[in-house]
Design a protein around this ligand. Structure first.
Ligand SMILES: Cc1ncc(COP(=O)(O)O)c(C=O)c1O
Length: 399
């Protein structure tokens, strides 16, 4: 049909022929919910899987596919076989999809006490409703882990390393080896370390999860998550679950992640160097009781971190000598850092776990894992380290 035969309203309504002359340099955002079939035969072939092609963006989309391939390539860099990645609308979307895809009523998960709060809530309040039981275990205690796996019908081990907010690490090789012996699946949330510093598939983990909202995006301008595995049949199951949960990433957010990835290792190097310098400074300050940073030889996870991470990351926490009033004074007087409940952005961010992420956790319970009223978590940014140290020092000196 010639366009000059169409009426005014039809010209407005119709999708216009796309004028593509040569490839754009930068990945386009495919904001299209569905894809066009050349004819009904092609539609049937794509639906049946006899021909590759896009159908509907919840099933797949060229922007998402390109960004997923890039993440999979990062995770596969020193593997003997290729990994596969899926993008989700948030880190929680990735966690929920990976767990729902692998669990059924009656299954048992073994995990650690110091998980991200949203994950603990998911296990405790939601999955428990479907008959999925969680056992908390010190995953670094080999005897206890072996005994827990041997004496329960465990389906999967779920862990985080380093963890939030005391930046403790679990031994990835130990967990993966034990899981293999007992035929148990392993899933790790690798958000704090990021694939630049730690790639758990190398240690034998089955599935790796990210909140890409954090270091991978780095700019704090889009939510997102990723699920990565090198097992094709695991990937197919994950894809099918994601298709049904509808937790897909928006192409706009995937595109922002793609932009962030271009500077990801450069940012990470600065995050790591700045965090080590700030941790070293804080450790010597007389108004600081404890510093949690695995790069410090005094940290309980230093040896584990050294064996499995290439650097020690950009996250630290420290305990002010004092209690809630001193911590609140610090939060209100620091200028270089922003009080915002996220992490992994280029700018320094601080959070007071006792009054935010762990507000609902009983004081006696959180204190057992080191989350005291004086604990402050820092996502160390990429500002000049002199400015960061000067400001932290000034506020601590004035306490
Ligand atoms: C370690 C960790 N995993 C997962 C999440 C959830 O990610 P999102 O907020 O993208 O859903 C967070 C959020 O802070 C986190 O810190």
């Amino acid at each position: 049909m010639k366009s000059n035969l169409l009426k005014f309203q039809s010209i407005c309504s119709k999708e216009w022929p796309h004028i593509n002359m040569n490839e754009p340099h930068i990945l386009p955002i495919y904001n299209s919910s569905a894809f066009v079939f050349e004819n009904i035969e092609q539609g049937i072939d794509i639906f049946k899987g006899n021909q590759e092609g896009y159908v509907y963006s919840r099933y797949g989309n060229p922007t998402l596919a390109t960004v997923s391939e890039k993440l999979a390539a990062l995770e596969s860099i020193d593997l003997d076989s290729k990994a596969y990645a899926l993008l989700t609308g948030s880190g929680m979307g990735a966690i929920t999809t990976a767990l729902l895809s692998n669990l059924q009523s009656g299954d048992i998960i073994v995990t650690q006490a110091d998980l991200y709060g949203g994950t603990t809530e998911l296990l405790k309040s939601m999955l428990s409703k479907f008959g999925i039981k969680t056992i908390l275990c010190d995953l670094n205690n080999e005897a206890l882990l072996t005994d827990t796996l041997a004496s329960n019908k465990v389906k999967l081990i779920y862990c985080e390393s380093p963890s939030n907010p005391v930046i403790a690490c679990v031994d990835l090789k130990l967990i993966a080896d034990q899981a293999k012996k007992h035929n148990v699946l392993t899933i790790i949330d690798n958000t704090f370390a990021s694939p630049y510093l730690q790639r758990p598939l190398n240690f034998g983990f089955d599935v790796v999860i990210y909140s890409t909202t954090k270091y991978l995006n780095g700019m704090g301008n889009a939510l997102g998550g990723a699920i990565i595995t090198k097992n094709k049949s695991q990937f197919n199951d994950l894809w099918n679950t994601l298709k049904l949960t509808g937790a897909f990433c928006s192409p706009n957010d995937a595109w922002l992640l793609y932009n962030g990835l271009k500077t990801f290792p450069l940012r990470m190097d600065v995050h790591c160097n700045n965090a080590l310098s700030l941790a070293t400074f804080l450790e010597k300050h007389d108004k600081v009781k404890t510093v949690n940073y695995p790069g410090l030889s005094s940290h309980k996870s230093h040896a584990i971190a050294k064996s499995q991470m290439s650097q020690y990351g950009g996250m630290l926490s420290f305990e002010i000598d004092g209690a809630i009033n001193e911590a609140m004074y610090f939060m209100n007087n620091i200028k270089i850092a922003t009080l915002a409940p996220t992490l992994g952005n280029v700018d320094t961010l601080i959070l007071h776990p006792a009054t935010s992420s762990h507000l609902k956790v009983e004081k006696s319970v959180r204190e057992k894992v080191g989350i005291t009223d004086g604990l402050i978590r820092v996502s160390v940014g990429t500002e000049s380290i002199e400015d960061i140290i000067e400001d932290f020092g000034n506020v601590l000196d004035s306490l």
